[in-house]
Write a protein that binds this ligand. Sequence first.
Ligand code: NAI
Ligand code: MG
Length: 367
Amino acid sequence: MTNPSLLILAGDGIGPEVMTEVRKVIDWFGAKRDLKFDVSEDLVGGCAYDKHGTPLHDDTMAKAQEVDAVLLGAVGGPKYDTLDFSVKPERGLLRLRKEMDLYANLRPAQCFDALADFSSLKKDVVAGLDIMIVRELTSGIYFGEPRGIIEEGNERVGINTQRYTESEIDRVARSAFELAMRRDKKLCSMEKANVMESGVLWREVVTEVAKDYPEVELSHMYADAGAMQLCRWPKQFDVIVTDNLFGDLLSDAAAMLTGSLGMLPSASLGAPMANGRPKALYEPVHGSAPDIAGQGKANPIACVLSFAMALRYSFDQGDEATRLEQAIEKVLADGYRTADLLGEEGKQPVSTSEMGDAIVAALDASL
Ligand code: NAI
Ligand code: MG
């Protein structure tokens, strides 16, 4: 049997720095768990523009379509701010998401006990929190037509259109139900069926899909009420599925329940490939952090947790993903903190590579 394939696109800024630490973890699983990957590396974002004049070369795009999973660092930086929109680093990422048709964006909000004090919410509200928001990523109001700014009478009118087809709702709902089956079998669907027809259809289609998942307890909530409930008592949720716009807001809000941008992973999944695995792109939520790039200050945990998601959702290695998450939990409990996790405390932070080494040592200790 051939090894599963992984394409690494480290990108710009802190992307390569955090990816170096992920490589240590990947190597550890190869050496100690006999979990070997065929890893290839390529360019995306500003570094690809520097070399090829485009933020994503066609060959890289073709490779991304073939591998079992793509792991991406971050793209962008001030050096590229003045580039034409068509070749900006972010376009490389957008092209990947679009051409791989990654319609389900998974954003966990997970609270590591050692960081519960770090949240802006009370400790007992967030301690042990582990929820997953599934955001529809390829349709909805960010893409719907008509759109634009038009003249009407003697004023301008800005227009965007929320548009969802039945099949678009069906497929993201299925992703969410599949996920719920692997977790606590609880799914809450959020829309605004009270004021939006697209929300009415959303609720109908999700309810129809639920018939294929009788074990999953489905509930519906208006998205504004959902936002309140997320702040009030987030632990009532397991998996949440929602559209592109509401998902953008709710996932950012939920993520911050748990602390730093340096801790947040994500997965974007598409349709199953011939081997049954979904097309998949894993990446930290954060950007290229030019303010700290090149200084060894970046927190690699968001990117390491993104690899843990790859283990779970692309490679059927849920137990090994849990092992990795527990190693991170241990490192945090032992007091390791990169600068972003220290807040106003006057403690000395560990560097990016010290954090990576500590995670590998904790993995060793798990055997
Ligand atoms: P950012 O996420 O890069 O940084 C925001 C703040 O969080 C900064 O103070 C940064 O130092 C800190 N931060 C981010 N990740 C961290 C980590 N792992 N460890 C410690 N601190 C961390 O967002 P910003 O500043 O808005 O954008 C910077 C560049 O990144 C821009 O060019 C932007 O377009 C790009 N970007 C790329 C994304 C991607 O590749 N997916 C997402 C967001 C922004
Ligand atoms: Mg956002």
